[in-house]
Design a protein around this ligand. Structure first.
Ligand SMILES: Cc1cc2nc3c(=O)[nH]c(=O)nc-3n(C[C@H](O)[C@H](O)[C@H](O)COP(=O)(O)OP(=O)(O)OC[C@H]3O[C@@H](n4cnc5c(N)ncnc54)[C@H](O)[C@@H]3O)c2cc1C
Length: 389
């Protein structure tokens, strides 16, 4: 490849970001175009490296809530699209030799209102699913006898969900790019376009890169990559803890509670991983917080209280690890997938609302099709950035 004078290189596509979204899309594009991946700086760490590894269909809102907000046709389209995302991620992990678990997941309800909503959601899911019989609704009593936890109103079992090791996935995708794409450990920002529409990216070093198309997959950092994202995304800090090894296998499937504010799983090591209770930090609930080096004592106290109440005994093994990570949330809570308004050469791939691992595989495939000018992908229209106009 010849370098135009004054630039650090010329490419077809620049992928901005070093997390799973960027690596997924770069992996899909690398054999079809000259791709450069700009992975950003060392701090904060990619949310991808902080994830619990739960791969769960749907979004923050239950299907019943989404159907109320957007109508049943849109809610079912989102359910199917996110189901494709879950299936793709688990298949990709398998193909990379990472042995994804297809465990399903429990969607537990904390109170009567949430349980009513989830029972309606279960009916909707059965209507939208071929294998309706595998979507189970079970009572709080049965959750106790199955050792899922106590003090819950009930739960819906979603059989298609699973678990992957996000660190292993990151490492495997990154090493798979070697020799197929240029990977630069630099932060970049999109600058002015040249007369022919070529995009210019400014690197921290002062050098520029030129490319025909940019995929912005930089998590909450996307707001600094291009001004359009500034009003569309905000950061939210999530906090996790990991216990010592439990003496027995208690949980076969991960659990999501309270509209996904809390989630947990028993890892293959036997340890319990838990993320949640950010609402304990009032009044902002960790929205706008970008420091991933601090552990909130308020959140920690609520997490321990939650575990003591609902999973008695798990804290007897002690807490051996605590961490935080920064998620990117869009202003309407749904992902941003596709060209930004007014600039078809800038494609968004961010805004996961704290559940990007579950959603990014299908979103990355959709963005790949858009970038390569293939047939229109079936991205639901309410996920495209155009909806923000
Ligand atoms: C504690 C925690 C637990 C989670 N658990 C789950 C879970 O169980 N299931 C689930 O589905 N999701 C989970 N998530 C969310 C999930 O991890 C993220 O949504 C997903 O990994 C986001 O991936 P990403 O590639 O979009 O962003 P990130 O992984 O955040 O990557 C963004 C990248 O962009 C780079 N960057 C930033 N600015 C620039 C710039 N100017 N130039 C170049 N690069 C830049 C950064 O360096 C980083 O590499 C969790 C998140 C956290 C924090």
């Amino acid at each position: 490849m010849t370098k135009p004078a004054g630039t650090a290189g010329a490419y077809d596509i620049a992928v901005v970001g070093g997390g799973l979204a960027a690596l997924f899309v770069a992996d899909a594009l690398a054999d079809h175009a000259r791709v450069v991946v700009c992975t950003g700086g060392k701090s904060p760490k990619p949310a991808s490296s902080r994830s619990l590894g739960i791969v769960a269909q749907g979004g923050q809102d239950s299907p019943a809530r989404l159907a109320l907000a957007l109508g049943e046709a849109a809610a079912s389209a989102y359910w199917r699209w996110s189901g494709a995302a879950v299936a793709l991620l688990l298949e990709r992990a398998d193909a990379l030799g990472l042995a994804a678990q297809r465990s399903g997941s429990w969607r537990v309800s904390m109170g009567a209102e949430e349980w009513g909503e989830w029972q309606s959601s279960a009916e909707l899911i059965r209507r939208w699913t071929e294998d309706a019989g595998s979507v189970l609704s079970i009572s709080g009593q049965e959750l106790v006898s199955r050792d899922v936890g106590q003090g819950f109103e009930g739960a819906v079992y979603v059989p298609t969900d699973g678990v992957v090791d996000p660190q292993a996935l990151l490492g495997s995708l990154e090493s798979g790019l070697q020799g197929r794409a240029s990977v630069l450990a630099t932060r970049v920002a999109v600058g002015d376009a040249l007369a022919d529409g070529t995009k210019r990216l400014h690197m921290e070093t002062g050098e520029t890169l030129e490319c025909q198309l940019v995929v912005v997959a930089a998590g909450w950092g996307s707001a600094a990559v291009h001004p359009w994202f500034r009003d569309m995304l905000y950061p939210v800090r999530l906090q996790g803890l990991r216990t010592g090894t439990l003496s027995e296998r208690r949980l076969e499937a991960p659990v999501l509670a309270r509209h996904r504010f809390e989630s947990w799983l028993q890892e293959p090591s036997g340890q319990l991983g838990f993320v949640g209770c950010r609402w304990a930090e009032q009044p902002e609930m960790e929205a706008g917080v970008t420091d991933d080096t601090v552990i909130s004592q308020e959140v920690d106290a609520r997490q321990r209280g939650f575990l003591a109440q609902h999973l008695p005994g798990v804290l007897d093994c002690g807490v051996v690890d605590q961490w935080t990570g920064i998620a990117s949330v869009s202003c309407d809570g749904l992902p941003l997938v596709g060209p930004i308004p007014g600039d078809p050469r800038i494609l968004a791939l961010c805004g996961w609302g704290g559940w990007g691992l579950s959603l990014l595989a299908q979103a990355a495939m959709d963005v790949t099709s858009m970038a390569l000018g293939r047939d229109d992908p079936e991205t639901p229209s309410f996920l495209t950035p155009r909806r923000m106009l």
